[in-house]
Ligand binder design. Structure first.
Ligand code: GDP
Length: 478
């Protein structure tokens, strides 16, 4: 099924109700959101006097891309984009907050820094942009979608705790993406701080300071007292100079979505980072599955600006829907064609979703148990309160027997987040939500990766359903 009644109506510039009436005459009862297959869509369009062209593959997209102005004049140095990674509780958030509070407030009066997913600061007349989502989730989410935005990873390691599993994970992610790692040894204000020990532990992962023959910069810091932070920023600029980051600021812009949400009054809002060219108010963009005419551009102080240049995070308004992190933003010349490409992409997205089968659905778990003899059922569990979280996870753990093992691989209080969804995807887990929903960004991942997300409000129902599933019994639908 390739197009909905509503989309077809849009394309033909008629009301959906006209199509519905026409189809009724032809003997089909359809609703406005119903998908029609190619033949059906062609039939009804022709019946209504339209000429039908079925676009071959990506011709539409190729056409619109061919007509972009991508002048390569005016190549300039661009600011580095920095991601802060490291083990939980090692001080990533504290570091981001410290830099934001001490370096932005004084710069521009009147604006209040907003959390828009990234911010930029000025040191020694140079700009550094920080991705404002600590941890690996954002980094891996982007990378799993083929998007690479980070120029430098600052690896935060607490000097009183040393190298830990997520430290190693962060190193692996950064190295796989060939992004240079700058080590910030944190919490040096603590009496039990052992920065030299951290240095030694990191040798194993091929992270060495220059004096030991390596090429990693090490800085001792305290995100609490601020000690060493200026030095860290200086080192980031130094690393950035070595990378010789350049881009063109002329021509139509391209960029990436960092995060997005729906504002009840203003509609879809996306934070983006421009990679090339300059984005202007009024530009037409294609953005993932969406398109739009840029109605407003806002900087991270919430102020409206007319332009956005490379590496400076801005929010854009005017998109047809909410894109997701990692979606490419491309300025194009023609709004009507942009709309067509967007419809076409949504169609392809739906087709892909329909053909994509997830192998770790609760409904087919028993088949796998029979086939593989023993099976592990991985679960990411989210609940509204701590009490029920513990109660549910205890009961689920007790369901393990010689045939099937139930593993709660992640649990927490609160909505299902993007991180939870990616974690479940990577670990082939089902997601259980008890009295909680999935965040918007999580929903998109659940949808596009065809994950099994189950929502419950009665504990007994969860236990019963999992029990039945691993024993191959049909369960009532809750
Ligand atoms: P994250 O999980 O990596 O984002 O870590 P947080 O920034 O939330 O920090 C975890 C805890 O360590 C918090 O209680 C912070 O106040 C504390 N912390 C972070 N940096 C420092 C530091 O440099 N010195 C001290 N003494 N505590 C710190």
């Amino acid at each position: 099924n390739v197009i909905t009644v509503c989309e077809l109506a849009n394309k033909m510039a008629v009301k959906s109700s006209e199509i519905i009436k026409k189809m009724m005459k032809l003997g089909y009862i359809v609703t406005i959101n119903q998908s029609l297959d190619k033949d059906m869509a062609q039939l009804v369009a022709e019946e209504m006097g339209h000429k039908v062209t079925i676009y071959h593959e990506d011709k539409l997209e190729q056409d619109i891309m061919k007509n972009r102005d991508i002048s390569n004049e005016r190549v300039q140095i661009r600011p580095p984009i920095v991601a802060i990674m490291g083990h939980v509780d090692h001080g990533k958030t504290s570091l981001l907050d410290y830099i934001r509070l001490t370096k932005i407030a004084s710069q521009e009066a009147g604006g209040i820094t907003q959390h828009i997913g990234a911010y930029h600061i000025e040191v020694r007349k140079k700009i550094i942009t920080f991705l404002d989502t600590p941890g690996h989730a954002a980094f891996t989410a982007m990378r799993s979608r083929g998007a690479q935005i980070t120029d430098i990873v600052v690896l935060v390691v607490a000097s009183d705790d040393g190298v830990k599993p997520q430290t190693i994970e962060a190193i692996q992610h950064a190295q796989a993406a060939s992004v240079p790692i700058l080590v910030a040894i944190n919490k040096i204000d603590k009496p039990n701080s052992e920065p030299e020990k951290v240095k030694n532990e990191l040798i194993k992962y091929n992270i060495l300071p220059e004096e030991w023959g390596g090429d990693n910069i090490f800085v001792n810091i305290s995100a609490k007292t601020g000690e060493g932070i200026d030095n860290l920023l200086k080192s980031i600029l130094l690393q950035s100079e070595m990378l010789e980051l350049k881009t063109t600021i002329s021509g139509m812009a391209t960029g990436l979505v960092i995060e997005s949400f729906l504002d009840k009054g203003k509609g879809p809002i996306a934070t983006i980072l421009i990679q090339e060219g300059t984005l202007k108010k009024g530009d037409i963009v294609l953005c993932g599955l969406e398109y739009g005419k840029i109605r407003a551009i806002k900087n991270s102080l919430g102020k409206e600006v007319q332009f956005a240049s490379p590496s400076i995070p801005v929010e854009i308004l005017g998109l047809s829907g909410i894109p997701i992190a990692g979606d490419k933003v491309v300025v194009v010349g023609d709004e009507k064609k942009a709309k067509e490409v967007s419809i076409y992409r949504q169609m392809k997205f739906r087709e892909k979703k329909l053909t994509k089968k997830s192998s770790f659905k609760l409904s087919n778990i028993f088949e796998k148990i029979k086939k593989d003899k023993i099976l592990e059922l991985n679960i990411v569990l989210k609940s509204d309160v701590q009490g029920s979280l513990e109660a549910i996870s205890d009961s689920l753990n007790k369901l393990s027997d010689s045939n099937a093992k139930v593993n709660i691989i992640g649990k927490g209080v609160g909505n299902v987040t993007e991180t939870d969804a990616y974690f479940a995807f990577a670990s082939k887990a089902i997601i259980i939500g008890f009295n909680v929903k999935a965040d918007f960004s999580a929903q998109r991942i659940i949808e596009s990766e065809n994950l099994d997300f189950r929502h419950y409000s009665v504990i007994y129902h969860i236990i019963d359903e999992i029990k039945r599933s691993i024993h191959g019994m049909r369960s009532p639908t809750y």
